[in-house]
Design a protein around this ligand. Structure first.
Ligand code: E4P
Length: 220
């Protein structure tokens, strides 16, 4: 499963990209607003740091303007994936951009029916928001299972299931268990994935025992 990071914070992106575990980045208008920076500048900068797909979301809601915005975003770098909302005009834009060879990430997906439409519109990625479904008392991961199961029926489909609105490590593990192609992970959650108290305890014991040997691997 690919790991994207869900942030527009360039310092976080540089730091996590250095781990070698980052396959791409997703942004959205809220994350851009939080960065306090100019959208097009941030996207260009992220694209230069991470070679994988960088999702940049259109801001218009009508087809003509979304298409113009999408083309503008796609022109920033070859690794831009244009993000469009799952609306009638969003999917029209998805189809037009996809037909032009632009990778499109269809966002704000909350049902299997919507995911089916995104695939038919030629989306490179569909982004079901698991955390926001959990927030309203539904099980977000059930939707992932549903979409992965449906897409699996049609091996020719190229749309990847990108698990979004990830809130904790359990979402990431379950996404992998279900065979989702990608999870986009907030930086804090990605860092949590490393942690286990038995790793810390075990390492402390090994270091103590090693110190008692008085040896050095690099020394004489
Ligand atoms: C990513 O593409 C989504 O915009 C993001 O994961 C949404 O996450 P949130 O529900 O925590 O805002």
């Amino acid at each position: 499963m690919k790991f994207f990071i869900d942030t527009a914070d360039i310092a976080e992106i540089r730091d996590l990209a250095a781990t070698g575990l980052v396959d791409g980045v997703t942004t959205n208008p809220s994350l851009i607003a939080k960065s306090g920076r100019k959208f097009l500048d941030v996207v260009a900068e992220i694209c230069a740091v991470v070679p994988g797909p960088v999702s940049a979301e259109v801001a218009a809601t009508d087809f003509d303007t979304m298409l113009r915005e999408g083309r503008r975003l796609a022109a920033i770098a070859t690794n831009v994936a244009v993000k469009v909302p799952l609306t009638v005009d969003g999917l029209k834009t998805c189809k037009a951009l996809s037909d032009d060879g632009v990778a499109v990430n269809v966002t704000l997906c909350f049902s299997a029916a919507q995911a089916l439409l995104a695939a038919k519109a030629g989306a490179a990625y569909v982004s079901p928001f698991v955390g926001r479904l959990d927030d309203i008392g539904q099980n977000g991961m059930d939707l992932i299972a549903d979409i992965v199961g449906i897409y699996d029926q049609y091996p020719a489909l190229r749309t990847e299931v990108l698990v979004a609105s990830v809130r904790h490590p359990g979402h990431v593990v379950e996404a992998a268990r279900l065979g989702a192609h990608v999870a986009t992970i907030p930086p804090a959650v990605l860092r949590q994935l490393y942690n286990h108290p038995l790793t810390d305890k075990g390492l402390a014991a090994f270091l103590d025992d090693w110190a008692r040997t008085g040896q050095s691997i690099l020394g004489a």
